[in-house]
Design a protein around this ligand. Sequence first.
Ligand code: GAR
Length: 205
Amino acid sequence: MVRVAVLVSGGGTNLQALLDAQKAGDISSGSISLVVSSRPGVYALERAAQNNVPAETLARKKFAAQEEFDQALLKLLEQYRIDVVVLAGFLTILGPEVIQRYPNRILNIHPALIPSFCGKGFYGLKVHEAALARGVKVTGATAHLVNEEADGGPILLQKAVEVAPDDTAETLQRRVMEQAEWSLLPQAVELVCRKEGPLPRREEN
Ligand code: GAR
């Protein structure tokens, strides 16, 4: 079985969608084996506990340098023998060492149709504020593989969502989640787990 870690920073509704999809059998090639939060006390940690998934907190600001954070994260992923990493509203940047250790095995959900409203500074509500400010009539969500460029990795799945004339960033965020993110992310996780399988383990010296 492919062991999946879900990295979160907030409410964890996408984590919940993954847990539900696993229960429903829509994710059958992987099993959610670890939740890592970049913030203590977030509701995503509660969701992990309710589902008996081990959870760890790793705050970027506790580490002096990106490399130290990356080493700590890699150690955790190693300890839990993780094969696939899912960024589900994770607001901390991953350094090159982590990305290179998991080639084609890290995926992210972004709440817009990439290449619109993506890259540095576009996260959470800011993405929807930018879409409303530009006046787009259609937005959506994108599940993509993670490489070293922010939101720049190969696209796996996308789904369009209509913008309503009276939308606020909050109502739009909710509709994009309900109509796109919560179904796209589990599908993308199943795809990657099925395609990549378990990560070849490094030989112990
Ligand atoms: C989701 O909308 C996700 O797409 C977004 O943060 C939210 C997290 O919600 N991610 C990004 O903006 C990444 N650039 P959740 O904690 O309820 O899943």
